[in-house]
Design a protein around this ligand. Structure first.
Ligand SMILES: *Cc1c(COP(=O)(O)O)cnc(C)c1O
Ligand SMILES: [Zn+2]
Length: 409
């Protein structure tokens, strides 16, 4: 069986077509390129049950991924993260069927591993020797680590204010790390110049077409884990919004394959922080694109993106599925995060907690019905965030004993 059913790339705005067998960046019109597949042909030869014999990683969907030759795959075992029922939290929120897709289990600790796995594998297939990426965080860490494994040189440019942990991850991977006294947009400009000067592949968000294909596999997995039933609502903490665009693309492809009900699409919810909510603002004003959000700030650094290149695609996904966009406060995110960890034992990241909080609010407002099947994407593990919890406790000396425990059964 053919490894990939990829046919070509096409522009998300002007529909210009490009071949997928050489390095491509943006369309000449400046918009991102999307990957197309021969789904009609694939539908004839592949059935859902054929997947059952395959490995439990995202490469089980290889026909729907862009890598042509399995030898080019660079993998750290990414994909097939658990879809966990959240019973206690669901009953607290009055949502009967609440699930968490837990991307905290992914290599590198976030779902960025999916984009890096496909992006780096395809770069490897296209003969790329060096790539450059501006990043605020987890994407830079993931692309660094996958590049190390592939033997590709990675040049990573990080704003000075990005979390220290990311610097350490990138530096540990042996990437060429540069710190900019500026914003992610400044890092982006330096990356673009370096790409031209040193013949590097510019893998900034959506400037190469394959990262989205990796993130798309979250959608395939959710459908497969629900036995090919389509959920009612998917809540996603959106920065660049790539994951949301990607999961929507996944469900459209599954519909064309005839693997899920072609009349039902999940409603997509983009969740942002109040300190950086350009997509929410655009959605509230019924706009097709967002505006740059000045002075953006949130402790959920994964969703601190003041202007996304693919904002129009995120908004399109929301409009086309009757979804919505919602901003939540940092303070409340932290409260919800603690609550989730204590109630369910799930050490979610603040971005994931923001999506849970949004579900709570949408249920309270009546937008979400009690018996709807709701999926929260927890995009990463909470351990990646410095947390002062437990740091101010009194310390026992060797030989001391515990005097009192207030909560024994
Ligand atoms: C990158 C990131 C996001 C946002 O992802 P997009 O697909 O770019 O919107 C959310 N959470 C975490 C933890 C991230 O690292
Ligand atoms: Zn175009």
């Amino acid at each position: 069986m053919t490894h990939s059913y990829v046919t070509h790339l096409s522009c998300s705005k002007c529909s210009e077509v490009y071949p997928s067998d050489r390095v491509q960046q943006l369309c000449i019109c400046g918009a991102p390129l999307l990957v197309n597949y021969n789904l009609r042909k694939l539908a004839k030869v592949l059935k859902q049950d054929d997947l059952l014999k395959r490995n439990h990683d995202l490469w089980r969907y290889h026909e729907l991924l862009p890598v042509q030759d399995a030898q080019n795959i660079v993998s750290l075992g990414e994909g097939m993260t658990p879809l966990l029922p959240m019973k206690k939290l669901g009953s607290d929120m009055d949502i009967a069927h609440l699930y968490m897709k837990d991307e905290g289990m992914a290599p590198t600790g976030t779902f960025k591993a999916r984009g890096a796995a496909i992006g780096v594998s395809k770069a490897n297939e296209l003969g790329v020797k060096g790539l450059v990426m501006p990043t605020n965080g987890n994407a830079g860490a993931a692309w660094s680590l996958y590049s190390s494994r592939a033997g590709i040189q990675a040049v990573i440019i990080i704003p000075r204010d990005a979390p220290a942990l990311i610097r350490s991850e990138v530096a540990s991977a042996g990437s060429h790390l540069f710190i900019v006294n500026g914003l992610i947009s400044d890092a982006g400009k330096i990356a673009a110049k370096a790409a031209a000067d040193f013949h590097l592949y510019d893998v900034s968000t959506l400037k190469e077409p394959y990262r989205i294909e990796g993130k798309k596999t979250m959608g395939f997995e959710i459908a497969e884990q629900l036995n090919w039933e389509t959920p009612d609502i998917i809540l996603y903490p959106a920065g660049g919004g790539v994951g949301l665009i990607a999961i929507y693309k996944a469900f459209k492809e599954l519909q064309k394959l005839g693997w899920v009900d072609s009349r039902k699409m999940p409603r997509f919810v983009a969740v942002q922080a109040e300190g950086c909510a350009p997509i929410v603002k655009a959605w509230e004003a019924k706009k097709k694109e967002s505006e740059f959000w000045p002075d953006s700030r949130t402790l959920a650094f994964g969703i601190n993106v003041p202007k996304a290149l693919g904002d129009f695609l995120v908004l399109q996904a929301i409009y086309e599925t009757n979804g919505c966009a919602l901003a939540v406060k940092d303070k409340e995110i932290i409260k919800e995060q603690k609550n989730i960890i204590r109630e369910e034992g799930a050490f979610v990241c603040p971005e994931g907690a923001a999506a849970f909080l949004a579900a709570r609010k949408l249920r309270e407002s009546g937008w979400m019905k009690e018996d709807e099947r709701v999926i929260i994407i927890n995009t990463g593990m909470g351990l990646k965030y410095m947390n002062k919890e437990g740091m101010d406790l009194p310390v026992l000396q060797p030989g001391d004993s515990i005097k009192r425990l207030s909560v024994l059964p």
